[in-house]
Ligand binder design. Sequence first.
Ligand code: NAD
Length: 247
Amino acid sequence: MQIDFTGKVVVVTGAATGIGREIARRFKAEGATVIPLDVNHEGLRALAADFPSEGWNDAGVVCDVRDTEAVQEVVDGIIAAHGRIDVLINNAGVNAVGLVEDLDRDVWDRCFDINVRGVFNTCKAVAPAMKKQNYGRIINAASFAAIMPSIGASAYAASKAAVVQFSRTLAGELGPWGITVNSYAPGMIPTAMNGLADLPEGEQSKRLDMLTVRRWGETDDIADLLCFLASDFAGYITGTLTDVSGG
Ligand code: NAD
């Protein structure tokens, strides 16, 4: 199986850091024109500066996925510049920690605004272009928190469960135009979002013991899956949630 994204235009949200940065790099390495999008301007600049040999020649697009008009503008700009969007990866997301009784309403709202409305905004903006092309791949970041009880992360877990069901529904709406929509559920990947790497060793091994493979996930593990789901080898896979949590 040879995966090659030459000629494909790929938009990755939340690409400045963590998993998104690796996703953007990987698609670039596989030949795609990648448009990284994030609120973190510095992070986008670092992405371009850190890998000059990979052909990053600009700093991506600064955009808040919560901002409906800004997202539409960015998508229109990409279509004007590149003529199409083949793959949309909704990786941008935030955590929200706190027991329900202690959880501030603003924290709940921010989590849903970014994790759910952000996904809605980008999907709505790219759908007409993908329909015109009769081709598209939309892949949305959920989480194992959408499947397993996550004590102290009710807003996050509920927002990610919403992403799963939103994706399934959208898959049905866009299926006739050759567009697939899937979501994926990472488990525990040390990034800035979860501070796993900073936990005391005892706590780390307790958590690792919960995983079938007994190792943290790596950003590569996610990029591997997404390359497959975005490829022509996955044209008959849609409306699914892939568990990529190490069991
Ligand atoms: P991260 O915090 O390293 O990266 C998230 C990125 O999203 C950041 O670059 C941030 O600037 C960007 N972002 C946040 N709000 C945004 C907004 N409003 N508009 C545009 N960009 C915005 O986190 P990560 O661990 O790399 O997580 C990436 C995705 O994977 C998230 O959706 C997360 O929920 C999901 N996930 C991560 C894990 C894990 O273990 N790391 C597990 C399950 C799911």
